[in-house]
Design a binder for this molecule. Structure first.
Ligand SMILES: Cc1ncc(C[n+]2csc(CCOP(=O)(O)OP(=O)(O)O)c2C)c(N)n1
Ligand SMILES: [Mg+2]
Length: 399
C-alpha cells in the first residue's frame, strides 16, 4: 500500500511511541495551556496505561487544576472519587459534561480514539476541524489525524506522555474554580435518576442496587460488564477507584463480562470481582462459570433479567413504535443455573431483598471459592435511567 509518509510527517508531530517526549513537545503543550484560558478539559482513554502513568497524570491535573473526564469504558484511568474527576464521555454522557466539552477552548485528549463513542457521534468535536483547540495524544500514529486535524498531535506511549506532563505546571489561577464546578455537575448526575423520580416505581430500584453495592464492596473491587442497557447502572453510578477496577470493552461486545470476571478472579483471587450481566449478555458466555468452579475462582455475577434484548427493543420502540421483533427472551432460572455449577444462587425481586442476597453471595463466594449468581428480576420499563420504555414509545409516536 502506498503511504504518503512525507504528508503524514508534516502533519503529525511524531515521537517514538515508546520513547520520550522532547523539550519542544512539552513547550508546545505549555503554550497551549497558557492560551487555553479557563475552559480546558482533559479526556483520558485508550490502552497502555500503567499505575505510575495514572499517578503522573493525576499530579499534572492537580498541579494545573484541570477537570478530567474519562472516555467510554475507561473510567478506571482516574479515581472517580477525586475532586478533579468530572465524568465519563460515552453512551449517555451527562448533558452538562457534553456542553462543557463543546464549549471548551482546549481539549487534551490523552489516549482515547476519537471515534463515535467518545465524541457523541462526532458532535462534541466537529470534524475535521474542531472549534476547540485540540491536543490529541495516541500511541498509534495511524489514529492521529484519522478524523480530527488536532492542533497538536503527539504519538506517544501513555507512561512517556504522563511522565512528561507531570513536570508541566502553568499559572492556573484564572480557572481555579473550574474543577469544582464541573465536579458539582458530575455529582448531581449521580443522584437518583429521572425514571424513578417520574413515577416509575418498580419493585426493584436499580439505582438503589448500586447504592447498596457502594456500601458492600471494597473500593478496589473489580467490576466487569458486557454490553446492553443494564451496563449503564455500573458505568454511570459506580465510582471506579483506579486502574484495573473496570474490565469492559470499548467495542461494546456482549458476552465479555462473565469470562472477564472469571479470569480476574483467577488472576487476583484476593480481590472482590463483580460482573454486571444482562440476561441476553449472560446467555452468551455464562457457561464460563464452569471454568470458575474448576479453578476455585469466586466472581459474583449480577444478572439483570428484563426478559429481553432491552437495548435493541429500545431502538425498535424509537424507530418503529410497538413493532417488537425478535427481542424477547425465554430465560432460565439464573439463580438455579449458578447453583448447578456448585455455586451460590439467589433471586431478587424487590429492592429490600438485594442487600441480604448480595451479602450472602459475597460471603459464599469467599468461603467456598465458587462463583455466585444474583438474579435480578428487572422491570422492563426501567430501560434507561432517563426514560421508561413507554415514554420512549410515546415520544416517538408524537414525532
Ligand atoms: C456480540 C454482540 N452481539 C450483538 C450486539 C448488539 N447488542 C447490543 S446490546 C444488545 C442487547 C443486550 O441485551 P441484554 O444483555 O439483555 O441487556 P439489556 O439491554 O436488556 O439491558 C445487543 C443484541 C453486541 N453489542 N455484541
Ligand atoms: Mg436484557
Amino acid at each position: 500500500m502506498y503511504r504518503p509518509q512525507g504528508v503524514l510527517s508534516s502533519m503529525v508531530t511524531s515521537f517514538d511511541a515508546k520513547g520520550h517526549l522532547d523539550e519542544t513537545g512539552i513547550r508546545r503543550n505549555v503554550d497551549f495551556q497558557a492560551k487555553a484560558g479557563i475552559k480546558s478539559i482533559v479526556m483520558l482513554g485508550g490502552t497502555g496505561w500503567t499505575r505510575e502513568a495514572c499517578d503522573d497524570l493525576r499530579t499534572f491535573a492537580e498541579a494545573n487544576r484541570l477537570p478530567v473526564a474519562c472516555a467510554f469504558r475507561c473510567q478506571d484511568l482516574f479515581d472517580n472519587r477525586h475532586p478533579n474527576y468530572v465524568g465519563d464521555v460515552g453512551i449517555g454522557v451527562n448533558p452538562k459534561l457534553a456542553a462543557r466539552l463543546k464549549a471548551a477552548d482546549l481539549v487534551l485528549a490523552i489516549g482515547p480514539r476519537l471515534g463515535e463513542m467518545t465524541t457523541s457521534a462526532y458532535t462534541l468535536l466537529e470534524a475535521p476541524h474542531p472549534k476547540q483547540s485540540l491536543v490529541h495524544v495516541h500511541a498509534g500514529i495511524e489514529e492521529l489525524g484519522r478524523v480530527y486535524q488536532a492542533d497538536l498531535m503527539i504519538a506517544s506511549g501513555m507512561p512517556e506522555i504522563a511522565a512528561a506532563l507531570r513536570a508541566v505546571k502553568v499559572d492556573s489561577s484564572a480557572w481555579a474554580d473550574t474543577p469544582a464546578q464541573a465536579r458539582a455537575e458530575y455529582e448531581a448526575w449521580q443522584d437518583e435518576p429521572a425514571i424513578y423520580q417520574r413515577g416509575c416505581t418498580p419493585a426493584l430500584n436499580l439505582w438503589q442496587v448500586v447504592q447498596t453495592l457502594k456500601r458492600l464492596l471494597p473500593a478496589d473491587a473489580i467490576l466487569t460488564n458486557g454490553a446492553g442497557n443494564f451496563a449503564t447502572w455500573a458505568n454511570r453510578f459506580w465510582p471506579y477507584a483506579g486502574l484495573r477496577t473496570l474490565l469492559s470493552t470499548t467495542s461494546g461486545s456482549m458476552g465479555y463480562g462473565v469470562p472477564a470476571a472469571v479470569s480476574a478472579a483467577i488472576v487476583q483471587p484476593q480481590r472482590t470481582v463483580v460482573c454486571f450481566a444482562g440476561d441476553g449478555d449472560f446467555l452468551m458466555n455464562g457457561q464460563e462459570l464452569a471454568t470458575a468452579a474448576q479453578h476455585g475462582a469466586a466472581p459474583v455475577v449480577i444478572v439483570f433479567d428484563n426478559g429481553m434484548y432491552g437495548t435493541i427493543r429500545m431502538h425498535q420502540e424509537r424507530e418503529y413504535p410497538s413493532r417488537v421483533l425478535g427481542t424477547e427472551l425465554a430465560n432460565p432460572d439464573f439463580a438455579k443455573y449458578g447453583e448447578a455449577f456448585g455455586g451460590f444462587g439467589a433471586r431478587v425481586e424487590r429492592t429490600a431483598e438485594f442487600e441480604p442476597a448480595m451479602r450472602a453471595a459475597l460471603e459464599h463466594a469467599r468461603t467456598n471459592r465458587r462463583p455466585a449468581v444474583v438474579h435480578l428480576k428487572v422491570d422492563p420499563q426501567a430501560i434507561t435511567p432517563n426514560a421508561t420504555l413507554d415514554a420512549i414509545r410515546a415520544s416517538t409516536a408524537k414525532r
